[in-house]
Ligand binder design. Structure first.
Ligand SMILES: [Zn+2]
Ligand SMILES: [Zn+2]
Ligand SMILES: [Zn+2]
Length: 159
């Protein structure tokens, strides 16, 4: 943890930004919840437990800064909520996501299944691919069986 905080401190200072206590509190919450895909609101509520004086606008600005500096990724799953997560260190490929329409949870698929498809698209469409994003929208293992009409939920949630 300290190592990662220091690393981020250096990334910020390389761009002439300081890791202020407010920014550090935000970074720590992101690191402590790295498995999750937190919204600005989620981050704010967790940061407030450590630093009650902090405001949502400050947390929001910090998240924007970290994402501008490409330290974290901004994720949009079409439900109107922006979520944030760390960029995997040294990973050239971003993982894929499973978004649950019922509970809004986001799980990850770590293996890249699209290598062969990328090759095919590149050659068939003469399109140079840099990366891709892939999200599956559906019902997670915790919610399976609890939703009567997943397709209807899909059209309500993501419209
Ligand atoms: Zn679910
Ligand atoms: Zn993720
Ligand atoms: Zn992929």
């Amino acid at each position: 943890m300290e190592k990662r905080v220091n690393q981020i401190k250096q990334q910020l200072s390389a761009q002439n930004y300081k890791l202020t206590p407010q920014r550090e509190a935000t970074v720590r919450v992101l690191l402590e919840n790295e498995e999750d895909h937190l919204s600005a609101e989620d981050v704010y509520l967790l940061v407030k437990e450590k630093a009650p004086e902090i405001g949502l606008a400050t947390v929001y600005r910090t998240l924007e800064l970290l994402s501008d500096l490409q330290i974290i990724h901004k994720l949009n799953f079409g439900d109107g909520v922006t979520r944030y997560e760390f960029r995997a260190e040294g990973a050239e490929h971003h993982h894929h996501h499973l978004y649950c329409l019922n509970c809004g949870s986001v799980d990850e698929i770590m293996e890249d299944l699209l290598g062969p498809i990328e090759k095919q698209v590149e050659s068939e469409y003469n399109f140079q691919i840099v990366d891709h994003r892939l999200t599956f929208h559906g019902i997670c293992k915790r919610c399976r069986g609890k939703v009567e009409d997943p397709k209807k939920l899909y059209s309500i949630k993501l419209s």
